[in-house]
Structure formats: C-alpha cells, structure tokens
Design a binder for this molecule. Sequence first.
Ligand SMILES: [Fe+2]
Length: 304
Amino acid sequence: MLTFEPTGTHLGATVRGLDLSKPLDAATIGEILRGIGKYQLLRFPDQKLDPAQHRDFAAQFGHPPAIRGRLAIFTAPGVAEINILSNIVVDGQPTGATDAGVIWHTDMVHNPTPGFANALYALKVPRRDGKRLGGTEFYNLRAAYVDLPADIKEKLKDAYGVYTGENYTSIERTPFPEYGTNSHKAHKKEPVRHPILMTHPISGEKVLYCDPGHVDYIDGVPPGERDALLKFVLAHIMQPKFHYVYDWTEGDLMMWDNLSTVHHAVLDFGPDEHRLIWRCQIEGDKVFDPAFLARTVDAVRATA
Ligand SMILES: [Fe+2]
C-alpha cells in the first residue's frame, strides 16, 4: 500500500510502501507521477539499490541520459547514467564530483524538451555534532508563479526564457552573483527557449520556469523591459517563503521535479566529512507525451 506523507511545508512528501529495486506497474508509476505533480519532491526512505536498479527506476519516468561533459569521469562502473557525487578520496584520487550543482539551477534546461526530474540516492551523509550536512536546497517555482503580481503575469504571458549555452555568468546576472559563479564552462549547447510561464505537464498548473544559473535573457517582452523583468523574476523566485532545505538520510531515494523547482547543493561539509550520493537524471520525453500520461496518470485518476 502506497502512502504519501506531506512534509507540512510548501514542498515535498515521504512515500512509503515501495521497493524501488523492482519494476513498477503502470498504476504505481501513475501514482508517483501524481505525487510529483502535487508535492514536487518525493522521498522514498530505506531503499537498497545498485546502480543498475537506480537507473532502471528512473527510466520508468523518462529517458535517463548518460552523463556527459566534465562529470562523465565519475560514473558507476558499467552504468553510464549514474553520476557519483562524492568528496571521498582514495589513494589520492577523487571518487566523485565534489562541486556539482553549486549554483542555483534546474537540470537539463538546455534540452529542447526540458528535463523532467532527478532521482538521487544517498549512501553516505556527512554529520557534525549530530546535524546532517550536505543538504540540497530548493525554491518552489509553482508557489512563485501563484504569488506573481497580476501585471507581471500579463507581461510574461507570451515570454520565453532563452538559454544560449554560451556562458555561465551572463551580464544579466551580475547583480545576482550568487546565482552564477561557476568556475567551469558547460560543454557547448544549442540555444533553446522555454515559456517562462510553463504549464506543468502532470499537474496542468502554471510554474514560473526560469533557471537562475543559466538563463541569458527573456524574449517576448518589450526590449526596454527585458533586463528589469529578468531581475524581477530571479529576485521573486529566490524569496525565503519559497525556500526549502532537504536533509538527506542514508537509504533515501529522492526524486524531484525539475520543472517546478530550482535547486543547489550545499557545500557545508569538510573533506573528512564524507558524502556519497548517486544521481540519475530523467528527461522530459515521457511526461510531455500525452499517450504516456494517459497510460499512467490518467489511468490512476480514472480509478481514484
Ligand atoms: Fe542539479
């Protein structure tokens, strides 16, 4: 029996009653997708997964891409879709990426169909004086949309966020250095544009879809208002009332919606405070396919 326990905040629920190492039926996939549509972030505690099982879980919700670029050297043996995030050093060699996801961003924004979700699995969580470190922080883009002033919604109704992939610290972000201070360049991406006021494919609700770390400018608004609107949108998203911190526990598989949240990793732990998390991305191919939603989400709705 699958149960959802909401966190009691604006984001997240714990899901019990599932062993994610085994294939899920369509109804269960539909229930999980409905849960993501409602809670945006789902924690599945006490899981025991190997890298192939982790990837196969993710693949039920969308294509899990092989890890590319600078992170590709840190993948699970034989499972190119599982990215190892770790500060553990063995024989002087790093065993995982230590600085992935430090800027505020959402994953796979550069895909022509925006990326759907991430599924991360925690194996080691750093602690100091009993307090868990190395959390993942979020802002809630659905709540940010709801809270947008009516005149801004009107100005943005036909607007697009443009992601050229050319740079990680575009001039539009200089007033907000905390959003874009990557020390590395992304590998070359093709320019894409996504509606700023995006309709979420599962919930049907609007989200304020804008990646603070990668957006270059807003298209579809008067040129004279472009920069001011982008600054407004970024400052609006990153308000304390939309903020949420996820503290990991070993055995957590946590799946979050990249379409309705932005996130970053908190590097508040030292080199001897070990963190080991596996990451698998989930592309948007399935959730933007109405036939897939009909087989899963709609089938559950019909029987609910
Ligand atoms: Fe990320």
